[in-house]
Ligand binder design. Sequence first.
Ligand SMILES: [Zn+2]
Ligand SMILES: [Zn+2]
Length: 285
Amino acid sequence: MIDLHIHSTCSADGGASIADYARRAQELGLVEAGLCEHVDFDPRDRSHDYLDLARYDREMAAARVRAPEVRLRQGVEITYQANLEAEIRAWLAGRDWDFVITSVHLVDYADGWAMVSEPSAMEAYFGEHNQSQAYLPYFEELLRAARSGLGDVLGHFDLVKRYGVAHYGRFEPASFAEEIRAVLRAAIEAGVGLEINTSGLRQAPGEPYPGLTVLRWYREMGGEILTVGSDAHRVEHLAAGMDQALALARAAGFTAVTTFEARAPRQIMIDDLLSRVTFLQPDGS
Ligand SMILES: [Zn+2]
Ligand SMILES: [Zn+2]
């Protein structure tokens, strides 16, 4: 298995050390595990200025010694904000990563609304808007993120449904087909991929970010770069739902998923990953 979306205690909201994840990854027989610590550029965000690069390097190096059988990748998940694009670009140019996830966590609402970290503000946002009013600003910002060409993949493509489904019911991509296809087109043109983020399986939507429809569109439009990640913030969630993610990728027409080393993509055949899992099951690991 493979998991390219993991947060350790190097992130403000992470609940396990890199060493703990590495140990667990080795137990699970993961071929690759990618840390992607939060980097946020908005001073109002609690992750702003939180990542300690020296500590991140130190903990990665120690974990690589402890779990030599797992290819540990060192990445970041940046929060894209159009108003801070120049700052983000300059920061990313300043150092090498294995991979960079570009995520939209905020939309420009009143004084800046934190989609992920401020539940009370989210209640107000969804309570005051109909579905289009709530979702469109998210997809508009995601379009700007895709066009920016920053990062290797867009994180949790339709995260806006995480809290939206409680207000508007099941998310139907067809209702936003034009906007979503515009994002997919821009991403493909910019060489930015997508990820299947399985945290949505554990959260209200009950399906990954994104689900099958968006993945099919992406594939039909020529999308090839596709990573899989659990968005684990604690060890129990490492690689959670990866079998479903790979099945979904295959159902959408993909034969391979992507990993990165030093920002260079490499395709891994889905069949190879699944045969490895089948091989590991008989002895109970
Ligand atoms: Zn995120
Ligand atoms: Zn994340």
